[in-house]
Design a protein. Sequence first.
Length: 108
Amino acid sequence: MKVSNLETDLGFTCLQNSYEDGEITGGYTSDLLSDVMAHASDGGILITIQAHRNTIAVASLAGLRAVLLCNGREPDEEMLSAARDEGVAVFRTDKNQFQASCLVGAAL
């Protein structure tokens, strides 16, 4: 699945579209950013409710392609600006983390 499929196939809302449309190779669901740094896989997607700039810093450090914000969380402009700078796609959904993880997992 490519990053753009998060919007076209799964119906997530793209909030930051300055990214390379590469293959998503896996996913990781967590709100503890130190856990994400230790365990997320390069080329994956982070599924979280953490809607702030540090989430993008961790995603970039871990080599993640995208962040999916759940429960309708709205990022601030600082997060979106950091995502543009790092080339990390940001999506939003009203679904909870379990529901979103199931959708992403089934698509992979």
